[in-house]
Design a protein around this ligand. Structure first.
Ligand code: ZN
Length: 317
């Protein structure tokens, strides 16, 4: 296990969802319902955690769910990445359901063995962005993924290909930040919110140059424009200033495979952290004895920063 360091005593980490999950990912705080939406990828589930009663509910689909985000002004409707499809899912988050109604909007990379959507998120204009990856029997096939966006008219655009494992996304002003985990880099692009185009890739932070173990996975951005990056197999979250490329802070998490982060809570000052409870696509594998909390969700308080409200999918049709 990566060496766990000591957090500042003002930082409090609470395990809010116990390890019943396989691979929790894609946290999204919904201010309307004050709930955390997340996915359990290999359990094919969209989940909702309500801090008020500490309940977790799920909608179980047929294929791995890379991410799910609420559709704006449509209570009970989610846009989800489901296998290699982008689908609308109807679920009201009031009880556990199996095979809820879904409608396929788009499909990509059809017939390509091992390909599926992974992480995704909506940009400040309400476009949905998600990328793909290819995994065959636990091995990653390099350069098989792409990054896509779906706009409010349901037009799908491919931005670039040759992606290894498409992961973290974040936007602020005229910048877009992106992680392909297999590059070990956090990249920054110029971003035009009106056209939804990105250009001029630059490396913002390199894990190897900074001697960070593990892989960069999901990320979010705070109100000051600093990135919070989850480290798979690194037991930590990094706070990075993307302008200077400096590592500002390390938060140690009591689980090995930290998958993603999102600010939430009434004041957007709690950092929710998703983790994985086992290796890649091996559901039979038991949680290793050295990682008993893998697969839990944690709430980190006392960071002294706030996040930006998460964007929902805007649909005009
Ligand atoms: Zn991820």
């Amino acid at each position: 296990m990566a060496t766990a360091g000591q957090n500042d005593p003002s930082i409090v980490i609470e395990q809010v969802v116990n390890r019943t999950n396989c691979l929790t990912e894609g946290p999204h705080w919904d201010p309307k319902t004050q709930r955390l939406i997340f996915v359990d990828i290999w359990a094919n589930k969209i989940c909702s955690y309500d801090p008020a009663n500490k309940k977790v509910l799920h909608a179980e689909l047929a294929k791995p769910v890379g991410v799910a985000v609420p559709v704006e002004n449509s209570p009970n409707l989610f846009l989800a990445a489901h296998g290699t499809d982008l689908v609308l899912v109807t679920w009201d988050c009031t009880e556990n359901v199996k095979n809820p109604p879904i409608k396929i909007l788009e499909s990509v990379e059809k017939g390509r063995k091992g390909n599926r959507f992974n992480d995704g998120k909506c940009d400040p204009s309400g476009r949905f962005w998600a990328g793909t990856m290819c995994e065959i029997e636990g091995n990653f096939e390099p350069n098989q993924g792409s990054l896509y966006s779906l706009d409010s008219n349901l037009d799908l655009k491919s931005h670039f290909s040759s992606v290894g494992i498409s992961n973290g996304l974040a936007w602020k002003d005229d910048k877009f930040y992106y992680i392909d985990s297999l590059t070990f880099e956090v990249a920054g692009f110029d971003y035009d919110s009106k056209s939804g185009t990105i250009a001029n890739r630059k490396v913002v932070f390199d894990f190897k140059e900074n001697n960070i173990s593990g892989f960069p996975d999901g990320m979010t951005i705070d109100a000051n424009g600093n990135l919070w990056v989850a480290c798979w197999d690194g037991s930590r979250i990094l706070q990075i200033d993307p302008k200077s490329g400096k590592l500002l802070q390390t938060i140690y998490i009591p689980a090995k495979r930290v998958t993603s982060v999102a600010f939430g809570g009434p004041a957007l000052d709690t950092l929710f952290v998703t983790t994985a409870g086992y290796g890649f696509n091996i559901p039979e594998e038991k949680t290793p004895a050295d990682d008993p909390k893998g697969g839990s969700i944690f709430a980190v308080k006392g960071l002294g920063v706030t996040g930006l409200p998460a964007n929902c999918f805007k649909m005009n049709v």
